[in-house]
Every structure is written in structure tokens, then in C-alpha cells.
Design a protein around this ligand. Structure first.
Ligand code: ATP
Ligand code: PRP
Ligand code: NIO
Ligand code: MG
Length: 549
């Protein structure tokens, strides 16, 4: 397929309605006017979007949000009402021709190159390189940052939860009620899925992004029943014969039999809870997953659940499992698994030992690590607050810096060496070792030839002269792909599932010590010798010489 054919067939999904040109900081628009007024309309700029430190005291970040950036470029256009609002809001001296200029602005002259969404990325390596008319490229800053920062932070957070939970445990995102508002909640669900969660409780996210929606029920469903008389209907038809069964009678009989096996008195168990679970099972006989901690997991919830699950089995249905939302989750999950195993053995129902145990309640990375050490029996974590609010680190610090104007490099100096920008139009390469692991990311000037497999390359720390190494790569990956050019998206948008798979395959290229939770090893980011000299020459040219007196 030719490039034109490809671009004409690329259809982006609908854009989030609040992402629009006025979703920006006022200073972008005031600068646009000042650039315009000072004759910079034809100036051409290069901006890099990058972060300086990995989040969560980790040594890697997952890049996400690119597809939304492309939708933003595609739809960039000031409406009449936007222009009307700006006329009212900006000072009276703004010349009317500027508004006419804004009205016609689009991103057709912008070129955007980016690292593939879902890749592991590192400090200082630009995630996006934006080239084109200075004024337009400047106007994109805040919106691109807001689209990349939270998306990447969330995807990274989710990927970290996936790493500590392991591959076999399922992870559900339950955070909408605690998220930073409706849009924060939707983005959190989307990027948690990309980062490695299996599903969300957020129904709109399920509909919009095709993410599996999952859920159990709340304590209110249990507490709304207080006695067995609260059950409205007790009849359930057998899944195959369609014969009617009285689930209440069956469950009360089973509760007595189960209590003998797990050594808990049936009198201690709550009848209101039993009524709730029977009612829930009648409503969802094929998806019976019950919350068991409303009163007491050991003395009431487990017993009631097992009774109803066995009654359901009489009707030809297999229960799904339980959710525990308070107390010692390791201890209670072990207790629940033991009870399931005893019942499986006693009633010759092997599947009963495999019932799903979901745990929730303020879970974070540390809790999961601690539960792992304790030997829990949890199959699924439902995680809300800590995941979606990124409580451990609530922001990723991506910045957007001018690195070249009209072919001339620009550098931003700082007392803090880590904040000095790397000037010029650059390419980025990932160099891999013989064992398939990523060794180093290398930034070069775009005019330099790409590193080659088997050829020795000198990789230098961008600011510390003595830190350098020769690398002979076994594989070289060019990190930037052209994603937007001549007014068109030029990469095919990937289904979320593919981006989610990309996260895992990209993480597999990282050595374990870079990914570990405690004191991980930093991944190396280097510059070529040529770029090193270029940075330092420009630094000297721009740093004023002080005078001591
Ligand atoms: N075995 C465990 N090891 C480490 N942390 C745990 C373990 N079990 C539970 N936790 C965590 O400990 C915290 C317990 O929360 P909290 O003190 O509010 O108790 P609770 O069980 O929710 O009490 P309540 O019954 O009042 O709801 C939660 O963050 C939970 O994820
Ligand atoms: O704890 P999180 O990680 O945020 O996960 C979501 C929480 O939301 C639900 O109840 P909610 O917290 O609203 O009420 P509860 O604490 O009384 O169960 C659920 O039972 C979890 O506890
Ligand atoms: O479905 C659940 O169990 C759920 C959903 C949201 C928040 N807490 C729990
Ligand atoms: Mg809670």
C-alpha cells in the first residue's frame, strides 16, 4: 500500500470532546500573538517532548497517549465561538488580522515523530519530536503534555502492578469513584488496561474502548436484606432439566452440612446475608461471585457463600467465587481456599477447590508484595484508589522544549545539570545486546549515520565527561516513526489490545534488575560523541562568563 493509500484509509476513533485547541494554557495563545506580531510567522521550530525522571522510584516508564495526540492534530481548528471567546478575553490591542490567522490554522504543516505507543521509555529521550511552524508547534505544547503525562503515568503504574502481581493473577481496575473526576476516571480505565489490567468496572470505558467490564456487588446489596423473609423469590430452574428448585430450602440444608465440615455453627451466620446471596444467585446463576466480608468472613460470609454455591450446583450451575474487602487478606484467602478444598473433598466436587478469590480494599504495590511474601491464595485483585490516582506519584513531569529554530540549535541552561536540554534535531536508537536485552538508548544528531549492528559505537553520558562506553549492538532499533505529516496520520492506529501486548513485549527486553521494585538499576541513556561535543560547544557559547570582584 502506498503512503497516500494508507493515509486515506486511516480512520481515527472519535476524539474525547474536551480535547480541543482551547484546552491549553493562556500563555500559548499570548505567545502566539507575540510571535505573530514580531514577524515569526514563517519561523520553523523543532520541539522535543520528554521527561527527566522515571515515576514511582522506578527506572522505566511506559509511553502512552500517542493516539490521542494524533486525533488532536487531526482535529485542530479554532471554531467561531473559540475565536469569539479569545476576542473577548485577550487585550483590546490585539490586531483583528491575528484572529483571522488563528481561524485558518491547522496542523497540516506539522510533522510529528514518536516512539511507538506502549514502549518502555527513559528520561531525556524525547517521546515526541514536533517540527513545523513555530507558532503552531508552540500552540500544541500544553495539550500534548496533558495527553501524554497522565496516560504514561497510568500505564506505568498499571504495568508495575502487573509485574508485582505476576502473570497468573487477574487484575481489575475499580477506581472510577475515586478518580480525579470523570475524565481522569475514563483515562485511568483505558491506560490501566494498556498497562496490563484485565478489565474495569467502568462501564463507559468498556463501551468506548472495548475493554472487558467486570464486577461483583457492594455491601449495600447484603445489608439491604435483614432476614430470610426478605427474599422475594426462591425458585430457580435447573440449567438443563428446567425443573424448579427452592434455592432457599436447598441453601439452608447445605448450610447445616457445610458448617459441620468447616466447624462453624450455622447459628452464627447472618440470615440477612444468606437472603442476599440467594437473591443474587437467582439473579445471576452463571456468574455468582459474592462479597463475603459484610459481617464476618469466617463465621458468616464463607459459610453462606458455600451453602448457596452448593445449592446452585444442585440446580446445575457452578458458582464463580467470592470477594473479600476487609481484614487480613492473606489469612482470609488461605482460610477460604482451605474451606473450598475441604468441601471439594467432602462432596466430591473438585471444581469447588478452584473457586475464584477476589481481594480488594486499598491495595497498592506494597500490599501485593507483602501478600506475596505471606503466601496468599488470591486469584484476582480489584484495585481502585492507589491505581487511578497514582497516589505514590501523582504526576509525570514531561516537558516540551524548543531545541531548534530555523535550523539553528537552541539550548536551555540550568543550574541543575539534569535540566539542561539536549539541543538540535535528533534521532534516537535503542541498542540491544547479544542476549536480546536492551543495553542503552543513544541520541544522535539527525545528520549522523545510524549505528550499525556489529559496529562499535561510542556512547557518552550527556553531561559527565568521564562516563562513556563502547557498545557493539546485536540489534539496533530506530525509535522514531513518522506519525503525522502533510495533514495526515501516517501510522495505522492499533487496537488497545495490541498496545497492551506491546507493553509486555517491550518490558521483556529490559533486564530484571532495571525492573525490580527496590533500588532498581538505572537504564543507560547516552549521546553520540558528535552530539556530546555539539551540546558542550553550545553550552559554552550560551553560558555567560561571570566576573569576580
Ligand atoms: N495480609 C496483609 N498484609 C498486608 N496488608 C494487608 C493484609 N491484609 C490487608 N492488608 C491491607 O491493610 C489495610 C487494612 O485496612 P484497614 O485498616 O482499613 O482495615 P479493614 O480491614 O479495611 O477494616 P474495616 O473492617 O474497618 O473495613 C488495607 O490497605 C489492606 O489492603
Ligand atoms: O479500595 P480501593 O482500592 O479504592 O478499591 C475500590 C473500593 O471501592 C469499593 O468500596 P468502597 O471503598 O467504596 O467502600 P468500602 O471501603 O466501605 O468497601 C470496594 O469495595 C473497594 O474497597
Ligand atoms: O465490582 C466491584 O466489586 C467493585 C466495583 C467498583 C468498586 N469496588 C468494587
Ligand atoms: Mg474501601
Amino acid at each position: 500500500m502506498s503512503n497516500e493509500e494508507l493515509t486515506s484509509t486511516i480512520k481515527m476513533a472519535r476524539q474525547n470532546g474536551i480535547v480541543q485547541p482551547l484546552l491549553t494554557d493562556l500563555y500559548q495563545i499570548t505567545m502566539a500573538y507575540a510571535y505573530w506580531k514580531s514577524g515569526k510567522v514563517n519561523d520553523v521550530a523543532v520541539f522535543d517532548l520528554f521527561f527527566r525522571t522515571n515515576p514511582f522510584q522506578g527506572e522505566f516508564t511506559i509511553f502512552a497517549g500517542l493516539e490521542e495526540c494524533l486525533k488532536f492534530l487531526e482535529n485542530f481548528h479554532y471554531s467561531d465561538s473559540d475565536i469569539g471567546y479569545l476576542k473577548q478575553t485577550l487585550p483590546d490591542n490585539i490586531e483583528p488580522e491575528f484572529f483571522a490567522y488563528l481561524k485558518d490554522l491547522t496542523c497540516k504543516d506539522i510533522k510529528l515523530c514518536a516512539i511507538e505507543e506502549g514502549s518502555v521509555v527513559f528520561p531525556r529521550v524525547p517521546l515526541l519530536r514536533v517540527e513545523g511552524p513555530l507558532i503552531i508547534a508552540q500552540l500544541l505544547e500544553t495539550t500534548l503534555l496533558t495527553l501524554v503525562n497522565f496516560a504514561s503515568l497510568m500505564a506505568t503504574n498499571a504495568a508495575r502492578y502487573r509485574m508485582v502481581a505476576g502473570k497468573t493473577v487477574s487484575l481489575l481496575e475499580f477506581g472510577l469513584r475515586r478518580a480525579q473526576g470523570p475524565d481522569g476516571g475514563l483515562s485511568a480505565s483505558k491506560y490501566a488496561y494498556i498497562g496490563g489490567f484485565d478489565g474495569t468496572s467502568n462501564v463507559l470505558a468498556g463501551k468506548m474502548f472495548n475493554i472487558p467490564v467486570r464486577g461483583t456487588h457492594a455491601h449495600s446489596f447484603v445489608t439491604s436484606f435483614s432476614t430470610l423473609d426478605d427474599i422475594h423469590t426462591v425458585t430457580l430452574r435447573h440449567s438443563e432439566t428446567q425443573a424448579p428448585y427452592n434455592l432457599l430450602e436447598l441453601s439452608t440444608q447445605w448450610r447445616i452440612k457445610v458448617s459441620a465440615i468447616v466447624d462453624i455453627s450455622p447459628e452464627e451466620a447472618s440470615d440477612g446475608e444468606l437472603a442476599a446471596l440467594i437473591s443474587y444467585a437467582i439473579a445471576f446463576p452463571t456468574g455468582f461471585l459474592a462479597l463475603v466480608d459484610t459481617y464476618d468472613v469466617k463465621r458468616s460470609g464463607l459459610l453462606n457463600f458455600c451453602a448457596v454455591a452448593l445449592a446452585l450446583n444442585d440446580c446445575g450451575y457452578r458458582a464463580v467465587g467470592i470477594r473479600i474487602d476487609s481484614g487480613d487478606l492473606a489469612y482470609l484467602s488461605v482460610l477460604a481456599r482451605e474451606s473450598f478444598e475441604q468441601i471439594a473433598e467432602a462432596f466430591k466436587l473438585p471444581w469447588f477447590s478452584k473457586l475464584t478469590i477476589v481481594a480488594s480494599n486499598d491495595i497498592n504495590e506494597e500490599t501485593i508484595l507483602s501478600l506475596n511474601e505471606q503466601g496468599h491464595k488470591i486469584d484476582c485483585f480489584g484495585i481502585g484508589t492507589h491505581l487511578v490516582t497514582c497516589q505514590r506519584q501523582p504526576a509525570l513531569g514531561c516537558v516540551y522544549k524548543l531545541v531548534e529554530i530555523n535550523g539553528q540549535p537552541r539550548i536551555k541552561l540550568s543550574q541543575d545539570v539534569g535540566k539542561v536540554t539536549i539541543p538540535g534535531h535528533k534521532e534516537a536508537y535503542r541498542l540491544f545486546g547479544a542476549d536480546g536485552h536492551a543495553l542503552i538508548d543513544l541520541l544522535q544528531r539527525s545528520s549522523e549515520p545510524a549505528p550499525e549492528v556489529g559496529q562499535k559505537v561510542l556512547c557518552r553520558h550527556p553531561f559527565q565527561e568521564s562516563k562513556r562506553a563502547y557498545v557493539i549492538p546485536s540489534k539496533v532499533e530506530r525509535l522514531y516513526k513518522e506519525c503525522w505529516k502533510d495533514g495526515h496520520v501516517c501510522v495505522k492506529p492499533k487496537p488497545l489490545l495490541e498496545v497492551r501486548e506491546r507493553v509486555q513485549s517491550s518490558l521483556r527486553t529490559l533486564r530484571q534488575d532495571i525492573k525490580r521494585n527496590l533500588n532498581p538499576t538505572p537504564y543507560k541513556v547516552a549521546v553520540s560523541d558528535d552530539l556530546y561535543c555539539f551540546i558542550h560547544d553550545l553550552w559554552l557559547q550560551n553560558a555567560p562568563i561571570g566576573e569576580l570582584s
